[in-house]
Design a protein around this ligand. Sequence first.
Ligand SMILES: Cc1cc2nc3c(=O)[nH]c(=O)nc-3n(C[C@H](O)[C@H](O)[C@H](O)COP(=O)(O)OP(=O)(O)OC[C@H]3O[C@@H](n4cnc5c(N)ncnc54)[C@H](O)[C@@H]3O)c2cc1C
Length: 403
Amino acid sequence: MDTERSHTADVVIVGAGLVGSALACALSSAPDLRIVVIDNQTPPPSPSADRFDHRVVALSPAAIKFLRELQVWQNIDERRYCAYQDMEVWDGEGNGRIAFSCNEVHRDELGVIVENSVVLQALHAAMTPRVTWLTPVSVTEWHQVNDLQKLVLSDGSTVTASLVTGADGAHSQLREMAGIPVNAWAYHHSAIVTTIRTQQHHRFTARQRFSHQGPLAFLPLHGGPNGEIGRYCSIVWSLDEEVAERMMNLGDQAFCRELTRVSEACLGEVEWADRRHLIPLWQRHARDYGRPGFALIGDAAHTIHPLAGQGVNLGLYDARALAGEITRAHSRGVPLQHPSVVQRYQRQRKLHNLTAMASMEGFKRLFGNPSPLFLVARNHGLNWVDRQLWLKRLLMQTAAGEI
Ligand SMILES: Cc1cc2nc3c(=O)[nH]c(=O)nc-3n(C[C@H](O)[C@H](O)[C@H](O)COP(=O)(O)OP(=O)(O)OC[C@H]3O[C@@H](n4cnc5c(N)ncnc54)[C@H](O)[C@@H]3O)c2cc1C
């Protein structure tokens, strides 16, 4: 029985970011499951009405479908997200270009750009009272007691559960405590993220310019502080670490001029940029996604270069798969600490995540190579792909999370 200092649960989720919250939400409607969510931060404040959150994500149609099934997407104000119908990718050092259009795959959109805080708030609002929240606390000790997991928290309370889930992000403490090794390598790249206003309307198109210095993405946002539609984008600009530092130190006007130049003024002049944030980029992959009684999901299991905007999408597919395995086991009377629960989840997700990570790595190397031979080959390659509708459909279906 629960007292204020000792909680019992079927599933405890450590980390209430987008992925951990999506798992909690998916499990909160399952009958009889007791769920505890732990985070070392208090829930973030409501998204600001007159300023964009600097962290945005490009959600795939499959991720949106999942959020719809959770009754989350329906609660997001449509003025807070931007559906994009087209995507343009080009080589800044040649004439290679690929244009993707939602018409080519007979759908209304290729994806949506939305602020992290907007989705997070909708996830929290959709959770049923079956979820117990413990914040801001962290895990100080972790013991196995018979076949149960017992966590001691920083406020002295305890949680005993059949299954612990580590959704505590790229630097996962739980992954470390469990002694699960990771394959990790630094890209020696950092991403500058901020919001910009451009001279021209973005026409609901996501744009990405590649060069050997790194990709620059313009992700269209819906409105703007004064109700102006179509003039605001979120940018993710990945650069060598020293170049990124230099760009961070520029004054606002010089930074905007540099962005206009590097983007080839694809939306005219960059007129304004919000405060810049610098995020070091790493690729990490946990060798195992858990063990009996413990599962890793989201960035705690894998972090990926943001160039294709897939990180949170992969995490949401993890949450969907793990929720499916937990509810399946629970409905059949299989204890959640049974090895098959985590094994079945891992089988569904590991290969898919590894494939996505390998393709991102391939892309990064392809564009990171300044050799003239590579330059000619990849520009021919891009233009060739642009003419192959079947291949573009395949790429769009993969990015949409359908394959
Ligand atoms: C520049 C950039 C751009 C990106 N763009 C995209 C995009 O367009 N599309 C996309 O799909 N992905 C994108 N991503 C990736 C995406 O942001 C991440 O994959 C996603 O946020 C991971 O979510 P998560 O819930 O797994 O982890 P996190 O968001 O890191 O959440 C972890 C949670 O755990 C909590 N926590 C951490 N440590 C502890 C602890 N010790 N104890 C308790 N709680 C803890 C944190 O407070 C947090 O709430 C981008 C990433 C970067 C860096």
